[in-house]
Design a protein around this ligand. Structure first.
Ligand SMILES: [Zn+2]
Length: 101
């Protein structure tokens, strides 16, 4: 019989947020997958890892310090993604003006 430390509490709540795709948790922490060496934000569209392989970090810098790389799908190293996409939409609208004749 193996003795395991019980981390019921913060990590359990974080894992529940990952499973639920909780958008409110996106800026609160990141999770890393030991088997792939990649870290993600909660709500990442990539396949959900096994709970046993998941490590939690308070922010992307902490995950990088531990040797993990940012996921290419959810870009956990980027902040304020909503503002840049709004600017991109505004730029696209301005460029669709039809030329007369
Ligand atoms: Zn991801």
């Amino acid at each position: 019989m193996r003795q395991t430390k019980h981390h019921t509490g913060k990590d359990t709540l974080r894992w529940a947020a990952v499973c639920a795709g909780d958008a409110a948790a996106r800026d609160r922490f990141v999770f890393a997958v030991a088997t792939t060496g990649i870290y993600c934000r909660p709500g990442c569209p990539a396949r959900r890892p096994l709970r046993a392989n998941v490590r939690f970090f308070a922010d992307p810098a902490a995950a990088r310090d531990a040797g993990y790389r940012a996921c290419r799908r959810c870009h956990p190293d980027r902040a304020g993604g909503a503002a840049t996409s709004a600017a991109a939409v505004a730029g696209a609208l301005g460029s669709t003006h039809p030329s007369a004749i």
